[in-house]
Design a protein around this ligand. Structure first.
Ligand code: HEM
Length: 329
């Protein structure tokens, strides 16, 4: 992007400071028709870019969905996860433990944003582009569609500390998963439905090594033995990065296969299997219900995605419509 004159930067900074989010926690003022007059083509612009990317590589749909979760759980859906370590002094969230070496999809967000900027300059936030991309990704993989409420603004800062603190890890117990989601105003039912995102995508051996190498009792023995072939107990750089599908049965289809796998003790991550403890988990009944009723899962997932998408930055956060999703204006 061409360098902007100092006066332009000063104007954008002043604008950013004026755009202060009114409430803490849940966004006010989001609406499905937010860009109806200012950027009527935004939804089709994002969809066409995401469709091309997901057709070329179905896993990209999963990666975009995860990116949205990692945005929303860290100081609200404000595009903070998209920021690079730039300008000097800004420490982005990409280097946080739950993100480093595993979050992906930034080039697709950049391409969608570029398409949107070409149609309506400086109008649509990166946070909204990501919200639309996640919705489109799920639909393209065969999952439910929902109306995305728009009008989010982009943060001018990131928080690696908040990313480390707020994003649950693969070793989490059920009680810590429930607490992490409750801290965001999301119920146990929302948590279980949203975990169903693991019906698509891949995870690195580093995140499930313990589970398949004797560290877990609640695991199907044949399943663990298969995974040990590419994810042995001994840590090596190569095996750390070896990928396995989060839903072995249908890894690129957004269906209820993940829940069926849980009922067979075939959840890939320890945190996945915590949702179904063979009679000991408070989520057992819901997991069984979703395993047997794809429509109910689809409905609850869409509802919970809307709820998660309403998470907003704290009051007083300086925000803007970022021009380049990787850097504040
Ligand atoms: C419940 C707590 C959750 C935990 C502990 C968790 C943890 C993880 C981990 C460890 C990975 C693999 C990352 C790696 O290879 O390093 C992963 C992948 C993934 N997560 Fe989650 N996650 C959770 C919830 C969610 C939610 C709520 C969503 C979306 C709504 C989501 C979407 C995904 C997707 C789609 C992938 C695959 C990404 C890809 O293939 O690029 N996760 N998750």
């Amino acid at each position: 992007m061409a360098p902007m004159p100092a006066s332009g930067r000063a104007f954008l900074l002043a604008l950013a400071l004026l755009l202060v989010v009114p409430s803490c926690g849940v966004a006010e003022g989001l609406s499905t028709g937010y860009y109806a007059k200012t950027c009527p083509g935004v939804e089709s612009a994002v969809r066409s870019v995401v469709a091309r990317a997901v057709t070329a590589e179905p896993r990209m749909g999963a990666s975009l969905l995860r990116l949205f979760f990692h945005d929303c759980f860290v100081n609200g859906c404000d595009g903070s996860v998209l920021l690079d370590d730039a300008p000097p002094g800004l420490v982005g969230e990409k280097g946080a433990g739950p993100n480093a070496g595993s979050v992906r999809g930034f080039e697709v967000v950049d391409a969608a944003k570029a398409r949107v900027e070409a149609a309506c300059n400086a109008t649509v936030s990166c946070a909204d582009v990501l919200a639309l991309a996640a919705r489109d990704a799920v639909a393209l993989l065969g999952g439910p569609a929902w109306e995305v409420r728009l009008g989010r603004k982009d943060s001018r800062a990131a928080s690696q500390a908040a990313a480390n603190a707020n994003l649950p890890g693969p070793g989490s117990s059920l009680s810590s998963l429930l607490a992490a989601f409750a801290a965001k105003g999301l119920s146990a039912r929302d948590m279980t439905a949203l975990s169903g995102a693991h019906t698509v995508g891949r995870a690195r051996c580093a995140t499930f090594r313990g589970r398949v190498n004797g560290g877990d009792a609640n695991v199907n023995a044949t399943f663990a033995a298969q995974l040990r072939q590419s994810c042995p107990a001994a840590t090596t750089a190569g095996s750390d990065a070896a990928l396995a599908p989060l839903d072995a049965e249908t890894p690129d289809a957004f269906d209820n296969g993940y829940f069926r796998e849980l009922t067979q003790q075939r959840g890939l991550l320890h945190s996945d299997q915590e949702l179904f403890g063979g009679g000991k988990s408070s989520q057992d009944a819901l997991v069984r219900k979703y395993a047997g009723n794809a429509a109910e899962f689809a409905r609850d997932f869409a509802k919970a995605m809307v709820k998660m998408g309403n998470l907003a930055p704290a009051a007083g956060t300086a925000v803007e419509v970022r021009l380049n999703c990787r850097e504040p204006n």
